[in-house]
Design a protein. Sequence first.
Length: 153
Amino acid sequence: MNDRIEKGDIVFINKIGKYHKQVGEVSEIDYNLFFVKIVIVKLGNQEANFEEKDLQLQTKKPSLQEIIVSVDKILAQVTQIPHLPTQEKVELPNRLKYLKLDIPKLDKQLIQKNFDSIDKILAATREVDSSASFWQEIDPNLEKISWWIRTSL
């Protein structure tokens, strides 16, 4: 694993002080006058600056390949959703396939549009039956895709 801290990564704060032992998401990377890497970490609704040495990498932002695999995993689960209306039975797999094709193009607007449609269909479906086992596969992959969109585009 590449242990360089980058935008979108989840980090653990080792520095003694106000944020000691907290976990946050890297929102930006900067350098000070002496070319020391400064990492801006989002903690809830606020941000704080740390030197890279004060942070420990917790989770790497997902790669492009991991996101495509996540789309495939969701696509495999879609056939198991029993309460999908006819239109969504066609639209959801198609949107997932389009999303998979759009991801390598890195077109934020197109990716976000497809993801929002997928998320909306799945949210409505979850209201009907949230206890089904396929959600254990869909939810973490949907979250991973959302994280990648938020931090990569």
